[in-house]
Ligand binder design. Structure first.
Ligand code: FAS
Ligand code: PHB
Length: 402
């Protein structure tokens, strides 16, 4: 078998890249470890930046997003018994975010790929990347009990944090940067009306909480929990009671509770692998970087990587420009590190680090620093503008002129 671009992973990165390349006539095949249903069953991101909305429109898969997604012009931070509204649209000159779940984005992309008759090998095992430094790399994998070999020009490693692609870059070449946080997020999905029309990020002395949503009838909530916690240790009622303790009183008083349809704990980590390319292999999205979800950046940074790789490969195949290939990693990392810093900063400001010392400061001292930071950036319009600019997403980086 041969294709132009082999894509490892059918999460949002792989599917979006495949769709964009296909619209430019660039042949691609996706190799995915799990089943399509399993991929759809993962409940993850909920907020899309302007750049991702535009990319989904360019990919021709935005119809349901336009119908079912909700434009949000603001977001709230609640702390020290006050609620601060960050007016995203006013502070950024009109930029907004879209609330539309990653599951729906994945569903739209899967449907478009299937309708276009593009090849996706689900439930593939023993995926291995070969000769990535040569001009003729290839991928081997097992599918339906048969070993397969896919010849290609380039490989896009869109296989997430636990994938095989990053491991294909020799350790001597890779530099990995990491911060693991001493807590996780317990997420709950319920078919109940959201408690508020905008997202509320809550900092309390009991820990962080986030009130989000998927639609007017489906809510998504998160609680900061210790790393030792397990989702099965939390009954729905325990979750709702604790959420009420962390929401602002007026908001908690109107919380509609109901049975959970999903409950899971996600660990929080900041992680970046440099470089994001090696020979004909490009790392995309979570395969290269992870952020704590406090800044709603994970899925959105994956999208900006996809945009850059799509532009590079389109230039290669349509203009024969090989020069731009070497720009990929540097261009992606400039925006990735901005997203990493914002997510780390929001996590430090909004969470309770308990008695864990941070950056050499004991927890009480660190807490004082962070409270001052939160007040400084929310008390002034300039400070709120800095938060708003990052939250809606910084502009995508252009390729330098070839
Ligand atoms: P993904 O991990 O989504 O997809 C990788 C794909 O590759 C998967 O389908 C996997 O099965 C496949 N794969 C793995 N190894 C393979 C192999 N060897 N061969 C073939 N295929 C392989 N982001 C936010 O913005 N907000 C959130 O609230 C949020 N919550 C999250 C909660 C959790 C539990 C996790 C893990 C992440 C969360 N994220 C969130 C981040 C998340 O949305 C990612 O940024 C997004 O899924 C990135 O998409 P991909 O890069 O496609 O990686
Ligand atoms: C979500 O709705 O899942 C969500 C929204 C914003 C975040 C994190 C998660 O920052």
């Amino acid at each position: 078998m041969k294709t132009q671009v082999a894509i490892i992973g059918a999460g949002p990165s792989g599917l979006l890249l495949g769709q964009l390349l296909s619209k430019q006539g660039i042949d691609n095949v996706i190799i995915e470890r799990a089943s399509g249903d399993y991929v759809l069953g993962r409940i993850r991101a909920g907020v899309l930046e302007q750049g991702m909305m535009d990319l989904l429109r360019e990919a021709g898969v935005s119809e349901r997003m336009e119908q079912k997604g909700e434009i949000h012009t603001g977001v709230e931070l609640a702390f020290n018994n006050k609620r601060v509204h960050i007016d995203l649209a006013t502070l950024t000159g009109g930029d907004t975010v879209m609330v539309y779940g990653q599951t729906e984005v994945t569903r739209d992309l899967m449907q478009a790929r299937s309708e276009a008759g593009l090849t996706t090998f689900y439930e593939s095992s023993n995926v291995a990347l070969h000769e990535v430094k040569s001009q003729s790399p290839y991928v081997t994998f097992e599918q339906g009990g048969q070993m397969r070999r896919l010849e290609c020009d380039y490989i896009a490693g869109c296989d997430g944090f636990h994938g095989v692609s990053r491991q294909t870059i020799p350790e001597s070449v890779r530099t990995e940067y990491e911060r693991v946080y001493p807590f996780g997020w317990l997420g709950l999905l319920a078919d109940t009306p959201p408690v508020n029309h905008e997202l509320i990020y809550c900092k309390t002395d009991r820990g962080f909480a986030l009130a989000s949503m998927r639609s007017a009838t489906r809510s998504r909530y998160y609680l900061q929990v210790p790393l030792t916690d397990k989702a099965e240790n939390w009954s729905d009622d325990d979750f709702w009671q604790e959420l009420k303790r962390r929401l602002p009183d007026e908001v908690a008083s109107r919380l509609v509770t109901g049975p959970s349809i999903e409950k899971s704990i996600a660990p929080l980590r900041s992680f970046v692998c440099e470089p994001m390319q090696y020979g004909q292999l490009f790392l995309v999205g979570d395969a290269a970087h992870i952020v704590p979800p406090t800044g709603a950046k994970g899925l959105n940074l994956a999208a900006s990587d996809v945009a850059t790789l799509y532009k590079v490969l389109t230039r290669v195949y349509q203009e024969g420009d090989q020069e731009c290939v070497s720009q990929y990693s540097e261009i992606c990392l400039r925006r990735v590190w901005n997203g990493e810093r914002f997510s780390w900063w929001m996590t430090n400001m909004m969470h309770d680090f308990g008695d864990v010392s941070v950056n050499g400061a004991d927890s009480a001292t660190f807490e004082k620093f962070m409270s001052s930071e939160l007040n400084f950036y929310t008390d002034t319009e300039e400070g709120r503008r800095i938060i708003a600019m990052q939250y809606v997403g910084l502009p995508y980086e252009p390729l330098s002129v070839g």
